[in-house]
Design a protein around this ligand. Sequence first.
Ligand code: ADP
Ligand code: MG
Length: 239
Amino acid sequence: MEVRDLHKSFGDNEVLKGIDFHVNQGEVVCVIGPSGSGKSTLLRCVNRLEEPTSGIIRVEGVDITDPETDLDAVRTRIGMVFQQFNLFPHLNVLQNLTLAQRRAKKRGKAEAEQTAMKNLAKVGLADRAKAFPAQLSGGQQQRVAIARALSMDPDMMLFDEPTSALDPELVGDVLEVMRQLAEEGMTMMVVTHEMGFAREVGDRVVFMDGGVVVEQGNPADVLGSPQHERTRSFLSKVL
Ligand code: ADP
Ligand code: MG
């Protein structure tokens, strides 16, 4: 995935001010930065939940900012997991996992359920297929949301602060699922405040502030010896 000179404004407010960015196949890129720096907007542009004002986003060489692009196809290839899990409350876990498969991937019931169960097992929740979201802990709901995204067989996964809404004791299980995905070679872009995860699982850390990428590099370098004052100042508050 490659982003070139991406700009995004909301009215007069320019939120992304020329972002250049890439994620290689199989790479885990962690995006860090203060609140309001444009991290979520960047992710939302990448799977076209937001329309970029200008710039190019290529996924496997195909420009997804082209008006001709099939957005449903883009979103099946790029899975997204949000801070708020966004499960359908009136559907059970299995139904949450099969709905999009049946609609967007045109899978039959049996195939969709088989794929769902495989991914529920992967996140350690095969025994909760018939539960409703409200019957699950926040950590379990987030693992269901991850399994739902995986059930579309995405080429890449985007995570927007997936553990920020969770009680501290529930964070570890979700990070463990993400670590396992990374080990399996999934291409991932993760907005997170979990610096331990960024350091241990990330192949690269990108620090954003004020709608620009201030610095990026391998996690040990960016987190351990940041080159820019803005990065140092941010890290001194979160580490
Ligand atoms: P971050 O995820 O780094 O906290 P965001 O991308 O959510 O930052 O927000 C960056 C800026 O964009 C903020 O000033 C926010 O108010 C603004 N913004 C985000 N989404 C919208 C929107 N839909 N309409 C107007 N302003 C928005
Ligand atoms: Mg955000």
